[in-house]
Design a protein around this ligand. Sequence first.
Ligand SMILES: NC(=O)c1ccc[n+]([C@@H]2O[C@H](COP(=O)([O-])OP(=O)(O)OC[C@H]3O[C@@H](n4cnc5c(N)ncnc54)[C@H](O)[C@@H]3O)[C@@H](O)[C@H]2O)c1
Length: 197
Amino acid sequence: MKVLVIGGAGYIGSHVVKQLMACKHEVTVFDNLSSGLRQNLFPENEFIYGNILIEADLRKAFSKGFDAFIHLAAFKAAGESMIIPEKYSVNNITGTLNILNVAMEYNCKNMVFSSSAAIFGEPKYIPIDEDHPKNPENYYGFTKFHKYNEVSDVMDLDFIILKEKEDLIERIAGTTDHDSEEYIYYKRIIEFRHECI
Ligand SMILES: NC(=O)c1ccc[n+]([C@@H]2O[C@H](COP(=O)([O-])OP(=O)(O)OC[C@H]3O[C@@H](n4cnc5c(N)ncnc54)[C@H](O)[C@@H]3O)[C@@H](O)[C@H]2O)c1
């Protein structure tokens, strides 16, 4: 598949790109390097320097034709989002809506969106599942809770939403086996930390 990874020069993006390459997908990275790093890019992949707030940049990317896109580009500092919320509205909400609009123009209808466990707020129970009440406690969480899935329903996009906690635990534990001792150990630590936060 031809996959566009938006925010692919970032921390999670570079791992996503690596995994896509391992699965033999053809990857293009789109990023403005605001927090991403050039050294996170792989020479095998095309890199488009662009900003999700500039529709012309997005058109330049989507005009190349992709089977799917993964959207990871966002600001993510929960504390800062309470001090400068407009910075987060613009980049995370307007940026995502720009991507959805341009993706529709180019008929690219398979999307993976990187959300966050921050949309749930203080856990009412653990492990958190999709039925857990969504009550973001910071503005960053709110920008990830915005009803993109409903917007994409109207647009007839195939939409998958990621909340990276499991992925994070797998990477720290070094295993994808959720029954392994390492996975359970790190899962407890992360959930305990979340409870303390
Ligand atoms: N790191 C985590 O633990 C975590 C947990 C849950 C969700 N997430 C979400 O996963 C995604 C990636 O997180 P990360 O930790 O890799 O962050 P990151 O800051 O390392 O990566 C974000 C990437 O998006 C790019 N970007 C930001 N604004 C852009 C714009 N306007 N135009 C183009 N590119 C832009 C940055 O340059 C960067 O490369 C984010 O959406 C974040 O909210 C991260």
